[in-house]
Design a protein. Structure first.
Length: 234
């Protein structure tokens, strides 16, 4: 898969600056900024120029004067960006949780403390995106809203994925010397039993349908066409 061409950090503002300060063609500006040529033409016609404050790509280190000169001397020349925009990297800290989910964090923490006490507070902090103080307050029941906290599975609440939770539980259990294999075998055994029951039920239903059709064919009056309607009447 081809990598997408890098474009300026602020393409519209950069295009506005190039329109006002260079003799580059609309096609060159549009290709460099990743815009449609009609957008650039609109800027040149002062239809949208009031919306954008020009951004100098030379000062931003995205384009050089020499590159602009090449483009002005050759309208078919495609401008080359010196560097792509700086990527914003998240600093270390608690997992980000959408505002709509933050009120559910105490419920998820309470569930983990009750069902998986082997998980360390630090691991819960990373999984849920919370603090040790909050975990301690819920454990000691000194949290300001402890009366309203109801333990709920953090996966169901959307605070983490099932894969993340399973990996964390397995890691914590291994560190604590807890053998989870019997529990896993039990789950797998239950799944197999359920699948067998479903298959048996499907086979029984298919056999019953076949027997009903056979009986209907044997008892149908001669000359009467066997249809779904008269079959169910019988």
């Amino acid at each position: 898969m081809a990598q997408a061409k890098a474009t300026p950090l602020m393409p519209h503002a950069t295009a506005a600056w190039l329109v006002d300060n260079t003799a580059l063609s609309f096609v060159q500006i549009a290709e460099f900024c990743g815009l449609h040529i009609l957008e650039v033409q609109a800027m040149a016609n002062d239809m949208t120029s009031t919306k954008y404050t020009g951004r100098d790509p030379v000062h931003a280190g995205e384009l050089s004067h020499a590159e602009i000169e090449k483009g002005q001397n050759d309208p078919s020349y495609a401008l080359t960006m010196l560097k792509g925009p700086e990527q914003v990297r998240r600093t270390k800290g608690p997992r980000y949780t959408p505002v709509s989910k933050r009120q559910d964090k105490p419920d998820g923490i309470a569930w983990l403390l009750r069902n998986h006490p082997e998980i360390s507070d630090g691991a819960i902090c990373k999984l849920i995106g919370t603090t040790r103080n909050t975990i301690g307050a819920i454990r000691e029941r000194s949290h300001w809203n402890i009366a309203e906290i109801q333990p709920k599975d953090p996966v169901t609440l959307g605070l983490c994925s099932q894969r993340e939770l399973d990996a964390l539980v397995a890691k914590a259990a291994k560190k604590a010397g807890i053998d989870t294999k019997p529990e896993e075998d039990l789950k797998q055994g239950a799944s197999r039993d359920e699948l067998i029951r479903e298959l048996q039920a499907e086979r029984s239903e298919a056999a019953a349908r076949a027997e009903a059709i056979l009986n209907a064919e044997n008892t149908a009056p001669q000359g009467e066409e066997l249809t779904a309607e008269n079959l169910f009447k019988k």
